[in-house]
Design a protein around this ligand. Structure first.
Ligand code: ZN
Length: 491
């Protein structure tokens, strides 16, 4: 841990030297998905960004407690305080229990994350599992005078808060501007101001997700969930809070306000935000028809996709951009990334077969220094990848006999590639085991069908039919040809 790691802190708007609260330990919280549909490309960016952070901190020797929640209640349509809960809405449309919706899409999300080689967090709490903590937080905010009850709901009083603290400092907004841009309340509204946000919402009669509280049978507000869970598992002060830039306002701003209001101080030392994704230069949006799920990417099943793109292509492509830059997805760019990743992986294989010489003509030390310097500069993965391609050129020229490497240099180069390619960037050979087993399967099926041909030649019809029937039963479609056979595995 002698490295000096710089992290860009959204709160102070500058790169700061990372100093954990407890030496050797890091507490990190990242806002997880609201689970009411299959994960799309937008979900993969924060997951991969903070997986890179998680992996690098672990590599540096820190003991990291990484908490990434599952939002399974309270996230209303349009991220507002009004409207239907996204999960309850899905449950109504699909005629299932809300918790079935939650389970289905949590499973699906975890599966996609595994495909992307995103490590599971240390703790994955759900909002519905922390209703008590959220009620306690609401009580505390009421007690401190920064919240008020109105018709069974509890709201955060932004005006009152901004008299004592600076509301808007995380997202860089001014309360006056926010007030000017907020719609006038029509007197029927329960809130004192349009800027106030729900900490607890009274459930309408038709609302099925509800819990008892001192104010009403209701449900927690979305902005209150994360702060309740981060405090529970990471304490009143922790190191890193991450999420997508789209969450900075109002979600994270509301988190800052609630921790200052309830504790008297910030909870978070370093706020980190990943930038957004565009597709063919356009923002992603349901109405634009470019909301592509990860499954669709992996299977190539979307009208905008020319072909399937593997999870590792998506991961590699994403890491080719710095997390604070936007990433634009296009078929062209993805196919270029696919080729680049292939070239990198080929070099990794080549590296295993390189023989050391007595002398060295390559500088592995510099390569190592450059890789660490890039990661230490706010997790600059594109520079790391560029450095690794210098390494690829090095490997290729050693392999071609145009350069030489000695034993210690080779050992170091192997370790460098294994650390950075696999452990830190989290890349892996694409479906090597799957294609390996496919080759084996092909061989076995061809062997059986050739045996069947032999049996037919010997007029052993019983054996020939037995093989055909067994394969058909397993889902193989077999076509006899004049000069042999053809087969495919259906489904
Ligand atoms: Zn959150």
């Amino acid at each position: 841990m002698e490295n000096q790691l710089l992290i860009y802190n959204t709160l102070t708007r500058k790169k700061e030297v990372f100093k954990p609260i407890i030496p050797g330990h890091v507490g990190m919280y990242v806002c997880g998905p609201t689970v009411y549909g299959h994960a799309h490309l937008g979900h993969s960016r924060p997951a991969i960004t903070f997986d890179l952070v998680f992996r690098y901190l672990i590599h540096l020797g820190y003991k990291v407690r990484y908490v990434r929640n599952i939002t399974d209640v309270g996230h209303l349509v349009a991220d507002a305080d009004e409207g239907e809960d996204k999960i309850a809405q899905k449950a109504r449309v699909e005629k299932v229990e809300p918790m079935e919706v939650v389970q289905t899409y949590t499973n699906s999300y975890r599966h996609n994350m595994e495909q992307l080689n995103v490590l599971p967090p240390s703790i994955e709490p759900t909002a519905t599992g922390h209703i008590i903590e959220q009620i306690e937080l609401a009580k505390k905010l009421l007690e401190k005078g920064y919240a008020y009850e109105s018709k069974g709901s509890v709201y955060f009083d932004v005006q009152k808060y901004s008299n004592d603290f600076e509301y808007g400092k995380l997202s860089g907004r001014k309360i006056e501007d926010l007030q000017a841009n907020t719609r006038e309340l029509d007197g029927q509204d329960e809130k004192h101001s349009g800027l106030d946000f729900a900490i607890w919402k009274k459930a309408q009669p038709e609302h099925i997700m509800r819990w008892p509280s001192p104010w009403s049978d209701g449900f927690p507000g979305w902005h209150t969930e994360c702060i309740a869970m981060s405090t529970k598992y990471l304490g009143e002060k922790f190191d890193i809070h991450g999420g997508g830039m789209d969450l900075m306002f109002p979600h994270h701003e509301a988190e800052v306000a609630q921790s200052c209001a309830s504790l008297g101080h910030e909870s978070v030392n370093y706020w980190m935000h990943n930038n957004m994704i565009t597709i063919n230069g356009q923002k992603m949006g349901k109405s634009l028809g470019n909301f592509i799920t990860l499954d669709e990417f992996f299977e190539g099943k979307h009208q905008l996709l020319e072909k399937p793109y593997s999870p590792m292509t998506i991961r590699f492509f994403m890491l080719q951009a710095h997390y604070r830059s936007t990433v634009d997805f296009s078929n062209e760019a993805l196919q270029a990334a696919e080729k680049g990743l292939e070239r990198l992986m080929k070099a990794v294989v080549l590296l295993e077969n390189i023989k050391p010489s007595n002398k060295s003509s390559v500088d592995v030390d510099k390569l190592e220094t450059d890789c660490y310097a890039a990661m230490d500069d706010d997790f600059n993965s594109p520079i790391v990848i560029a450095n690794l391609f210098d390494g690829v050129r090095m490997i290729n020229s050693i392999n071609d006999g145009k350069a030489a490497i000695d034993e210690p240099g080779l050992t170091k180069l192997k370790k460098l590639f294994s650390d950075f390619v696999f452990n830190i960037l989290g890349l892996k050979g694409d479906d090597e085991s799957a294609s390996g087993s496919n080759d084996t399967l092909n061989d076995v099926v061809n062997f059986l069908l050739n045996t069947r041909l032999d049996a037919k030649a010997e007029k052993n019809w019983a054996l020939a039919d037995k093989i055909r029937d067994a394969l058909t039963k397993l889902g193989f479609e077999i076509k006899d040809k004049k000069d042999g056979f053809e087969w495919e595995l259906r489904g």
